[in-house]
Design a binder for this molecule. Structure first.
Ligand SMILES: [Zn+2]
Length: 141
């Protein structure tokens, strides 16, 4: 996947209030891809709904010991959902709500903005998308 443009990076940081989505850190920020970045694949640029602000430490941990938590909170989205979206011509990654841990709010990402939703709405959406697997992640995290 191609790198986001400088303008998109700034839009993502601004939307996320210049804080890491998990720890709220304001240092060492990076724009992370919610979906796995494919090997040598597409030249398409990710949209801002597919990107989040994370510090370098959390960003790395999302691939490691925080993996289940990252899925649970919408910080990461599994590859199969991305593939399914491609087949259906939809941005399913962008449909997954995001938990902003420090602010303790769930949001859906729309264009360059984030819209606050209730935890109940977020859980209902997650269960629509992931089915019973979502509650398995909740138990495992
Ligand atoms: Zn962090």
């Amino acid at each position: 996947m191609a790198d986001p443009t400088a303008a998109d990076r700034q839009a993502v940081y601004a939307r996320d209030v210049f804080r890491c989505v998990r720890c709220g850190g304001e240092q060492l920020l990076t724009v992370q891809h919610r979906a796995a970045v494919g090997m040598g694949g597409t030249k398409l640029r990710p949209t801002t709904t597919e990107l989040l602000t994370a510090c370098l430490i959390c960003n790395e941990a999302f691939e490691g010991f925080l993996q289940t938590g990252a899925l649970l909170n919408g910080w990461k989205v599994p590859r199969w959902l991305q593939e399914k979206g491609k087949r259906e011509g939809m941005n399913l990654v962008g449909d997954v709500p995001v938990y902003y841990a420090v602010e303790r709010i769930w949001c859906v990402l729309i264009m360059g903005a984030r819209m606050h939703i209730t935890e109940q709405q977020a859980l209902a959406t997650m269960r629509d998308i992931y089915g019973p697997q979502y509650d398995e992640w909740r138990l495992a995290a």
